[in-house]
Design a protein around this ligand. Structure first.
Ligand code: DQA
Length: 151
């Protein structure tokens, strides 16, 4: 019997629950729910099964990553500001040992200097930033290829 390994966890970190209250010039004005609906549609077109998680608590994010190998086969991570300084989250992603892609809605390279650093360097297949919601589609395509999933 073969089981399809097509589950992708889409993880959002701190401040994403209020995405629609953040600067629309930078983040596009979508709510997290609207963003997740887009991601869900793209994932299903690619033959992927998405599950969603968001928290503002760093420890909860870490604990979710601890459970991740039981829940998913790959991860798409936008950890918000934690991406730039949380070594604890980076360690937890490393422990999960799943193919992962880091995504940012905004172009982190052209904003404040502190946003240029990523704790996920060397842990993720790719870092996609500055493409808005379309960056998530690109990340899903990359993960589907990596997982050998075809729609
Ligand atoms: C972000 C970029 C981060 O620098 C910022 O702290 C966020 C959102 C993005 O998606 O563009 O919270 O991850």
């Amino acid at each position: 019997m073969t089981t399809t390994r097509n589950r992708v966890a889409v993880l959002h970190g701190v401040n994403f629950n209020i995405l629609d209250r953040r600067d629309p010039e930078i983040y596009g004005g979508l709510s997290l729910h609207e963003l997740e609906q887009k991601i869900e549609g793209w994932a299903r077109q690619l033959g992927l099964e998405p599950i969603f998680f968001q928290t503002n608590a760093e420890g909860e994010f870490v604990e979710y990553l601890h459970r991740l190998p039981d829940l998913a086969d790959a991860a798409l991570v936008n950890a918000g500001a934690w991406s730039h300084y949380s070594r604890a989250i980076a360690d937890a992603l490393d422990i999960a040992r799943l193919p992962a892609v880091e995504v940012h809605l905004s172009d982190v390279e052209s904003r404040d200097d502190w946003r240029k650093d990523s704790v996920f360097d060397g842990l993720v297949l790719a870092k996609i930033s500055g493409k808005g919601p379309d960056g998530y589609r690109e990340a899903l395509e990359l993960l589907a290829r990596e997982m050998g999933v075809t729609a």
